[in-house]
Structure formats: structure tokens, C-alpha cells
Design a protein around this ligand. Structure first.
Ligand SMILES: [Ca+2]
Ligand SMILES: [Ca+2]
Length: 311
């Protein structure tokens, strides 16, 4: 369940005027900005943006940049970006440079349904001037290239049918093909991971454990290394339990000295309209602390107020 939902009394003119009032004069009424931003969903925010432009002749993004600053400014700006463009931009940033963060790639590529992935691919093409397929093929290598290329194709079965028989067969094929050893180079593993529906894969993981008495994670841990291991573990963890997957990422963003504000912002922005309520529940269960409490102790000021309004 989402924590930010469409505003039932949506009035783009009123919302745009609220923002104009919030920006007026010296300083900014941040509370008003938070209220307008978090009481509308991403699609409505796009309408507010156009209405703002129509009334003032100004680009809302530019105005936000000049009125707001720091983590707070970044988070509000992110919320006004269409979600598929937000992901396209993150993919560009993640693949740039010599070392790609493969658990981030898993998060950016595997957490969408095929329809949303197609929108992200369109946006990527527009923003980057090349297709996402091409980018993945150029920027990654070896088995990871195979994994991400397969995922980018967006051909996952999206039915909710789960066949125990098929899961058993898949698990046996994975086990057998490789002389009793897990072998991710077989390609079969990657094909299954990107093609089968999530429920089916969870059953395959169960069956695999029954046959081999090893969990899938154990096998990946033992048989792969480096970035491939990181990427595979992230994909499997997401498939096993998406809410715990994100709860863990939130925990990591709080861990240690300071806070990884970019990670924290990204997760709240991308999940608020999908399943943040479930993620917050998973967080409380696993870490015995409400998410709100963690945010209160890690963040401050307008940034804290915004994040608390989002959850
Ligand atoms: Ca102002
Ligand atoms: Ca900390």
C-alpha cells in the first residue's frame, strides 16, 4: 500500500497558487511546499507544474531550485520529476563511470512491472540519446551483461500462477545441468530469474532448498564473487520479499555515522506511491523500531518534516 495517494479533490489551479504564495517574498513557506507536494501523487504534480508555468510563465523546477536548498530541495525536486524519468536519470548516473553499483542496478531494473519498465526505456532513450539496451550492453560485461540485458527486455511472466511441479522441474534443471553444482554461467539461471513470475520463482527457491538443502543465497555466496554476486543477491532478495528488500536498504541508509541522504530520499520517493506502508511495517518488524523514529533521529529541519509527511 502507498503512503502518497491521488488527491480526491484535485484542483491544479489552487495547488499552483499555493506554491506561488509559498514562494512569495523573502524566504519560503516550506510547510506549505511540503503540504502541496505530499498531498498529490506524481501525475497530479505534473499538472500542477504545467499550471504553475501557465500562470507565472516560470519553470517550477527552476523556482524550486532557487527557493529551496540542501537535502530538502533535492527531495522536493525529485518528487516533481515524472517517475519514469527519475529512474532513467538514476540509470544514467549509475552506469556512468568505471564501476557500476550492481545492487543499485538490481533496484533500478528489477522492481518494475513490464509496463513501467517500457516507460522508463522510452524516457531513457529521450534523455540519454541511446536505448537502455544499448547502454547496458556497452557499460556492463560478462554474466552481468547477460543478467541486465535479459531484465531490460521486460519479458517477465506477470501472471500470478504458481506451479509447484514447474518449480520442482526448474530447480532440478538448475541442479542437474551443472554436475550437482550451481552454475550461473549456464544462462538458465538468468533466463529463469528474468522470465518467471515472482511467486513462481519463490517456489523454485523453496524447491531448490528441498533438493540441495542449501538456500539460493548460500549457493550464490559460495559460487559467485564480486559484482556478479552483489547483483544476483540483490535480485534474489527483492524477489523473495520486496518489502524487506527496501526495509534493509533504508536500514543501510541510516547505519553508522551520518545518513546516506540520497539513498533515503530515493527509496521514499520511488516507493511512496507503491508500497511504502508495507515497507515501513517490514522495517518495524525486522528492526524493532518505527521508520518514523529512525527518520526523526537521523534527519532534521524541513527535510525531516518532508520525509515524515511522506511515510
Ligand atoms: Ca521566496
Ligand atoms: Ca546514522
Amino acid at each position: 500500500m502507498a503512503t502518497i495517494v491521488p488527491n480526491q479533490n484535485f484542483n491544479p489551479l489552487l495547488a499552483a497558487n499555493d506554491l506561488i504564495a509559498a514562494f512569495k517574498g523573502i524566504g519560503t513557506n516550506e510547510a506549505k511546499v511540503i503540504q502541496v507536494t505530499t498531498s498529490h501523487d506524481n501525475k497530479q504534480r505534473q499538472e500542477i507544474k504545467s499550471r504553475f508555468q501557465l500562470i507565472t510563465g516560470k519553470d517550477l523546477n527552476k523556482e524550486l531550485k532557487s527557493e529551496l536548498s540542501g537535502n530538502f530541495g533535492n527531495a522536493v525536486l525529485s518528487l516533481f520529476v515524472p517517475s519514469y524519468e527519475f529512474f532513467a536519470d538514476l540509470l544514467m548516473k549509475t552506469m556512468k563511470g568505471p564501476k557500476t553499483d550492481e545492487s543499485m542496478m538490481a533496484e533500478l531494473l528489477c522492481t518494475h512491472d513490464n509496463k513501467h519498465l517500457a516507460l522508463i526505456k522510452d524516457a531513457y532513450n529521450r534523455l540519454a540519446g541511446r536505448s537502455l539496451e544499448e547502454a547496458v550492453a556497452t557499460e556492463t560485461t560478462g554474466e552481468l551483461k547477460r543478467l541486465w540485458s535479459c531484465q531490460v527486455r521486460g519479458a517477465r511472466d506477470e501472471s500470478s500462477e504458481v506451479s509447484v511441479e514447474l518449480a520442482h522441474q526448474d530447480a532440478r534443471d538448475l541442479f542437474k545441468k551443472i554436475d550437482g553444482r550451481f552454475n550461473c554461467e549456464s544462462g538458465l539461471f538468468i533466463d529463469l530469474l528474468c522470465g518467471r513470475n515472482f511467486g513462481q520463482l519463490r517456489e523454485t527457491f523453496n524447491q531448490y532448498q528441498r533438493i540441495t538443502s542449501h538456500s539460493f543465497e548460500e549457493v550464490i555466496n559460495n559460487e559467485t564473487k564480486g559484482q556478479l554476486k552483489k547483483g544476483l543477491l540483490a535480485v534474489v532478495s527483492y524477489i523473495k520479499n520486496p518489502h524487506v528488500f527496501f526495509a534493509d536498504l533504508l536500514y543501510d541508509s541510516f547505519k553508522g555515522l551520518g545518513t546516506k541522504n540520497d539513498d533515503l530520499t530515493r527509496i521514499l520517493v520511488t516507493r511512496a506511491e507503491i508500497d511504502l506502508l508495507h515497507i515501513a511495517n517490514a522495517y518495524r518488524q525486522k528492526y524493532s523500531k518505527p521508520l518514523a523514529e529512525a527518520i526523526k533521529s537521523e534527519c532534521s529541519g524541513d527535510f525531516r518534516a518532508l520525509l515524515l509527511a511522506m511515510i
